[in-house]
Design a protein around this ligand. Structure first.
Ligand SMILES: Cc1cc2nc3c(=O)[nH]c(=O)nc-3n(C[C@H](O)[C@H](O)[C@H](O)COP(=O)(O)O)c2cc1C
Ligand code: SF4
Length: 404
């Protein structure tokens, strides 16, 4: 994995400039001492920064922190904080790159979050195989001790309720979320789950303040974000870019037919349209940007990803158990040139039937991808119905774990 700095009028904030892992001494030298502040002042600072979550949903961080504090007050339970480094999305590399290069920034942020909500327990959950973080934890004398947990490699392991279950000793499977984990999570205690990148930003906001944070990005979407960029013929790269950066600077549109924005729960956008957009917290999900060259079949790529997503379902709810495999199979037939019958309308109808009906948002994210593919690749669908496919290269492009 390469961590690259594009010239985006902003020095990198989160990733070590030399691309080498920062030990504690280097980290402290680079960023200076961490000030924890008192919880009320921290909450005010975080609210003023406008920081949103970098795990996919772009939820305002101060609102989640405040909800945890209020739930703790109401229930008399001491909150738990969990750093989410699961990175279940197969096309994303940003969290493991951040943990490898700047683990102490994440651990600082975890302590800041613990302080802000008054937590008595802190956990760092990472995918199996991520090795460097335990020694980083061991080198620190954190006020709230941190437990490192290894999650099974699955798309769903990083979903907030699955994570809360896992920390509590059960399998990492999503649960019905009413009330949400921020009110009742790990062992029924109010639980703050925050993506590791979100925590790294928090560590810098606690040090340098909200105005510094807002000096990158736009007034509506302050700060920067890590993105994993897939461009054919190159290794995936992790870059750090301010919100508002034109997409064409990150993913050049030449020779491309479409861009996948936001990963496997994201959307396909025609390349010409994507070139007019900029990086937005609300559309970039967990920061995956993948370019589809004009000689590839977007329908075949989508069908591969859908098969994977259907297999990842925990099979606990009807929409996932029945709907996703049916949609994935039907999409596979759309990806195969030949008569389509009513399959196209069936896929649209079934998508409407699964949406909003799962215990977690897995069906919703999957349907988002399906709908965007039906729109963006509409002319390819017409060609396939006539028995033609314009793609000249059918080599699989997007990473799908079971295939590798
Ligand atoms: C199916 C599914 C998988 C998810 N996987 C991850 C993940 O791997 N890492 C992550 O940080 N968030 C993941 N999330 C989002 C989490 O549920 C949660 O919103 C997030 O960790 C909160 O952190 P943030 O507010 O800092 O983004 C997933 C959500 C869903 C619906
Ligand atoms: S919606 Fe799907 S993935 Fe989510 S809990 Fe239900 S079965 Fe599992």
């Amino acid at each position: 994995m390469t961590a690259t700095h594009l010239d985006l009028h902003m020095p990198p904030r989160l990733l070590a400039p030399a691309g080498t892992p920062a030990d504690l001494a280097t980290h402290e030298q680079r960023y200076g001492p961490l000030s924890y502040g008192d919880p009320a002042a921290l909450l005010t600072t975080i609210a003023a920064s406008g920081l949103t979550g970098r795990g996919g949903a772009a939820f305002p961080v101060h609102r989640k922190l405040t909800a945890v504090v209020e739930a703790a007050r109401r229930t008399g339970r001491t909150p738990v904080v969990v750093a989410n480094g699961a990175e279940g999305e197969p096309a994303s590399r940003k969290d493991r790159t951040l943990l490898a290069l700047s683990p102490h920034l994440v651990l600082d942020g975890l302590q800041v979050a613990a302080r802000a909500v008054g937590a008595g327990e802190a956990h760092l959950a990472v995918e199996e195989g991520v090795s460097s973080v335990a020694s980083a934890v061991a080198h620190r004398g954190d006020p709230v001790p941190v437990q490192v947990l290894r999650l099974p490699k699955r798309f769903l392991s990083g979903q907030a309720s699955a994570l809360a279950q896992f920390v509590g000793g059960a399998a990492a499977l999503p649960a019905y979320q009413d009330p949400p984990v921020r009110e009742r999570g790990v062992r029924r205690a109010p639980t703050l789950v925050q993506n590791v990148e979100t925590l790294a930003h928090l560590a810098l906001i606690a040090r340098y303040g909200p105005d510094w944070f807002r000096s990158a990005g736009t007034p509506g979407q302050p700060g920067s974000a890590l993105c994993t960029v897939h461009v054919p013929g190159r290794q995936p790269r992790v870059i750090e870019a301010p919100f508002g950066t034109p997409l064409h600077r990150v993913v050049p549109p030449h020779g491309m037919s479409a861009v996948l924005l936001g990963g496997y729960h994201g959307s396909w956008i025609p390349a010409a349209e994507a070139a007019q957009l900029s990086l937005e917290a609300t559309t970039m999900g967990a920061g995956v940007l993948a370019a589809l060259p004009a000689d590839r079949c977007g329908l075949a790529e989508t069908a591969r990803v859908l098969r994977y997503l259907a297999l990842q379902s925990a099979g606990q709810c009807g929409p996932c158990l029945n709907g996703l495999p049916r949609i994935a199979a039907a999409f596979q037939s759309l990806a195969t040139p030949g008569p389509q019958g009513s399959t196209r309308t069936d896929v649209s109808r079934w998508s409407g039937l699964v949406e909003g009906r799962g215990a977690c948002h897995h069906p919703d994210g999957t349907v988002r991808l399906v709908r965007s593919a039906l729109t963006t690749f509409a002319s390819e669908l017409d060609a396939h119905a006539r028995g033609l496919c314009t793609a000249t290269d059918r080599t699989p492009l997007l990473p799908v774990p079971q295939e590798t």
